[in-house]
Design a protein around this ligand. Structure first.
Ligand code: GDP
Ligand code: MG
Length: 198
């Protein structure tokens, strides 16, 4: 069901300007049930459907931003079950991604701890590279205020201390906030590439 929706209303393909084309591999990580699929589907289709199932998939989505063709590859991951290491990320995933979106739920403290571990893992792995790997930390389910157990300050502090971007979102309530996350990450990826070249 989800795959069908990836033929986004928002995508546009053009024949010209292939030299202008930017490609970005974006990997969504985080504990189970935090809204990784909801954020992905929101970005791809602008819609929120509520039930997403346990599907792992890489979606392609082409968009035109500031006159430039952007090709997003979005890997909506499944949190591995029965792993010794909490916040495990495979070597393949680490190599594939140009940028990461680490998602937790503001009403699930354990999911915040998973993100904490995953930030460390990415920072350790990518240590050798000159430019910092772009990461955005996302506290999702912002609409469930009455059930909040992770404060905004904690999220912001983790992001600050690990050189990551930070947003709180509600995939359920708004498209715009979700769009901002992906666009900010794209900006960071392009900055990191410019740094590498220069
Ligand atoms: P994933 O396992 O991280 O991919 O999580 P899902 O995207 O499948 O979402 C898990 C559950 O949380 C689903 O029932 C979603 O409808 C719900 N959910 C996702 N995002 C939000 C949100 O922003 N607010 C609320 N209230 N529920 C959400
Ligand atoms: Mg999912």
């Amino acid at each position: 069901v989800v795959q069908d929706k990836s033929n986004s209303v928002n995508s546009s393909r053009t024949m010209d300007g292939s030299q202008n084309k930017v490609e970005a591999n974006i990997l969504l990580l985080g504990a189970e049930n935090v809204g990784k699929s909801a954020l992905t589907v929101r970005f791809l289709t602008r819609r929120y459907i509520g039930e997403y199932g346990d599907i792992e998939s890489i979606y392609s989505h082409t968009d035109r931003i500031d006159g430039r063709e952007i090709s997003f590859n979005i890997w909506d991951s499944l949190h591995p079950q029965n792993y010794e290491v909490e916040g495990y990320i495979s070597e393949k995933q680490l190599q594939w991604a140009d940028g990461f979106i680490l998602v937790y739920s503001i009403c699930d403290r354990a999911s915040f701890n998973v993100v904490r571990q995953q930030v460390q893992r990415i920072r350790l792995y990518k240590n050798k590279l000159s430019a910092p790997t772009p990461i955005i930390i996302v506290g999702n389910k912002r609409d469930l205020k009455h059930r909040r157990t992770v404060s905004s300050e904690e999220g912001r502090l983790l992001a600050l201390s690990s050189d990551c971007g930070f947003f709180e979102t509600s995939a359920a309530e708004t498209y715009h906030g979700v769009l901002l996350v992906f666009h900010e990450l794209l900006d960071l990826i392009r900055e990191a590439r410019a740094l590498k070249k220069g």
